[in-house]
Design a protein around this ligand. Structure first.
Ligand SMILES: [Zn+2]
Length: 191
């Protein structure tokens, strides 16, 4: 019921390469003040992935302006980390989609699989339908799809707007969501 490719290291290595590209684009752009960006990563201990996640998953890529008078933080978008959530973005999207699709999976089964509490899964479900659905990002982006993605079935309805096999659609969804992942990773982590 939980796709086997979700436990393959290659899947996570692929997402890591995309993050590296997104970070390089941000770094090359530089700071708004004209300053150079220096690497200043955030330590992370992501949950929900396979045991053999690469060491790159121990940190969220981020930069800091080198100019002493500025020191502005710039955290590039990510396909691995969904904002401040401790669970990997891929897991949050896929599991939430399983909960919200037309044939919902049982919360208890998914929770046991991930070591996530029922409360955490319920929080994800609520987050997609309320917080996420009401963001300016989604309000603007939702109109880009030829067939609208039903709010009550997010993120399943979003995932199924993309073409390809399950894994391709998940990566496309994570890329699509990347702009919302840059919000303040400094504040307390949420599951
Ligand atoms: Zn600056």
């Amino acid at each position: 019921m939980y796709p086997s490719w979700m436990s393959e290291a290659s899947c996570y290595a692929f997402l890591e390469r995309i993050d590296a590209e997104l970070a390089e684009t941000a770094r090359a752009t530089g700071c708004g003040c004209g300053g150079v960006l220096h690497r200043a990563t955030y330590p992370r201990k992501p949950r929900g992935g396979p045991r053999e996640l690469g060491p790159g998953y121990d940190r969220r890529l981020s930069f800091c302006c080198a100019r002493r008078a500025c020191r502005q933080r710039r955290t590039p978008p990510s396909v691995r980390f969904l904002g401040r959530r401790v669970y990997l973005g891929a897991v949050v999207v896929l599991v939430s989609a399983m909960l919200n699709g037309p044939t919902p999976r049982r919360v208890a089964t998914l929770g046991t699989l991930l070591g996530a509490s029922r409360r955490t899964l319920e929080r994800w479900r609520r987050w997609w339908r309320t917080t996420f659905a009401e963001t300016a990002f989604w309000t603007a982006a939702a109109g880009r799809f030829a067939r609208p993605a039903a709010r009550g079935h997010l993120p399943w309805s979003l995932l199924t707007r993309f073409r390809g096999d399950e894994r391709t659609r998940l990566v496309a969804t994570l890329r699509f969501l990347a702009p919302i992942t840059t919000a303040s990773p400094r504040s307390a982590m949420v599951s």
